[in-house]
Ligand binder design. Structure first.
Ligand SMILES: [Zn+2]
Length: 439
């Protein structure tokens, strides 16, 4: 994009004054970038540093290499991590970042560095600058970068394109131009505002531009940095939070010199304690010496409370339905049928549904059959009162919908039960008709 705003025009002009990488920086790169490797396949085994061949037996290790497979090159003397390779050329890519200052701006210059190892040759390094983050003391950022195809990956920079102003699409406050590099050059410069806001040279494995913008624009992040609550700071930066949750409790941690070691765990615990109605301003809850156990204790308390609440809800529903069930189905309660071996009668209450479902291991209670207006549920028992089957009758069509024994089985009494109910269906129909007339 062509620079439009005053700041974009200034940054574009200033960017042209930035120096190329110095010979000292280049030699640092050559020394530091990329772990020395020995490349191995069935055909070749060579030192990725000096290109010399490795002993023949190294090739036999193909397929059995682990992270601990190492060898010392007898030519250059470097310790090499043995790595499988495809051909006789290998290329690794890294991000390398310079942290510098230009006028009032904090500047991060990101280079894409390629380390190329060829069999028979010393490795060589090439680099291309791909992104510059220019951040002014108010935390406003201007990005200069090369164009990309889609995505985050190194390969997707179009290295032949020019560095130009970009207006990044941000999600959670970050964009593809907030690069978290593999290497940061150790000699760094920072603007005074950044130091004033508590920054002391550690980016805590966050993208330097992300942390810088947050510290310059967000008072909570500045506070967390100054009070060394780093886990909470990282949590807020990664999620792009404007406000840290449970700020008052964080203040109590700070006052009691308590450092939150794991923000995820601690915040989850605070949410749970808050739910439980505990005093989340008491250091007893807020600053536990063993965070993991304190967290697990709170979660267990919450689960217990949840279970109790669910049980109460179920009971309450059943209580409400008890009255309705009596009103709707009470007219059938005097009904009973028997052939001398089997005795059948309606279930007389919702709690009887619960008991029937429980004993027979079927869903007559769980599926709320007591709420069904057009169903009448009967229990069929032997003359000793043992449950045989549970019967559902359709009160519209006056037919048996289903009759099930324990665990939804069909028992040897099944046909007998169906016959008995069918033979008495006229009585059910009469009760329905007379109640319709009286209504
Ligand atoms: Zn070597």
């Amino acid at each position: 994009m062509t620079p439009k705003t005053k700041e974009e025009l200034r940054v574009t002009a200033l960017s042209g004054t930035l120096p190329m990488l110095s010979s000292i920086q280049l030699s640092w790169l050559k020394r530091k970038v990329g772990e020395p490797k020995g490349y191995v396949n069935r055909k070749y085994a060579w030192c990725g540093e000096c290109g010399s061949p490795l002993p023949k037996e190294t090739k036999s290790l193909v397929g059995r290499l682990s992270a601990n497979s190492r060898i010392i090159c007898s030519f250059c003397g470097k310790e090499l991590a043995l790595t499988p390779s495809n051909g006789s050329k290998q290329c690794e890519r890294f991000y390398f970042t310079l942290v510098t200052v230009c006028q009032e701006f904090q500047v991060f210059r990101h280079f894409l560095v390629s380390k190329v190892s060829n069999k028979g040759m010393n490795f060589h390094i090439s680099h291309t600058e791909v992104v510059q983050n220019w951040i002014n003391p108010s935390g406003k950022e201007t990005v200069l970068a090369r164009s990309t195809t889609a995505g985050y990956y190194c390969d997707q920079w179009i290295l032949s394109s020019d560095m130009s102003v970009k207006r990044p699409v941000r999600s959670h406050g970050s964009s593809i131009y907030d690069i978290n590099p593999n290497y940061i050059y150790p000699y760094r410069r920072y603007i005074p505002t950044l130091k004033r806001n508590g920054f002391y040279g550690d980016f805590f494995d966050l993208a330097p531009s992300t942390l810088t913008k947050r510290i310059l624009t967000n008072s909570d992040c500045e506070f967390l940095l100054k009070t060394r609550q780093i886990s909470l700071l990282k949590y807020a930066c990664v999620r792009g939070l404007d406000r840290i949750p449970h700020k008052e409790s964080v203040n109590i941690c700070v006052r009691h010199r308590y450092t939150v070691k794991s923000a995820d765990l601690w915040l989850d615990m605070m949410d749970t304690l808050f739910f439980l109605g505990k005093d989340i301003r008491s250091p007893f809850y807020v600053c536990p010496s063993d965070l993991r156990s304190a967290h697990d204790w709170a979660v267990e308390q919450k689960e217990r409370a949840d279970r109790k609440r669910r049980l109460e809800e179920e009971r309450e529903t059943a209580r409400v339905w008890e009255e309705r069930y009596r009103a709707e189905k009470g007219r059938f309660f005097s009904l009973s049928m028997s052939d001398g071996r089997i005795f059948i009668r309606p279930l007389l209450s919702v709690s009887e549904f619960a008991e029937e479902g429980d004993r027979m291991h079927h869903c007559v209670f769980a599926n709320g059959y007591y709420m069904r207006e057009d169903s009448l549920i009967l229990t069929a028992r032997d003359m000793e009162g043992n449950r045989l089957e549970t019967v559902e009758i359709d009160l519209k069509g006056f037919s048996v919908v289903q009759s099930r024994g324990a665990c939804n089985s069909m028992t040897k009494w099944h046909d007998q039960i169906i016959n008995l109910v069918t033979g008495n269906m006229h009585r059910i129909r009469e009760i329905c008709l007379s109640s319709r007339i009286s209504a």
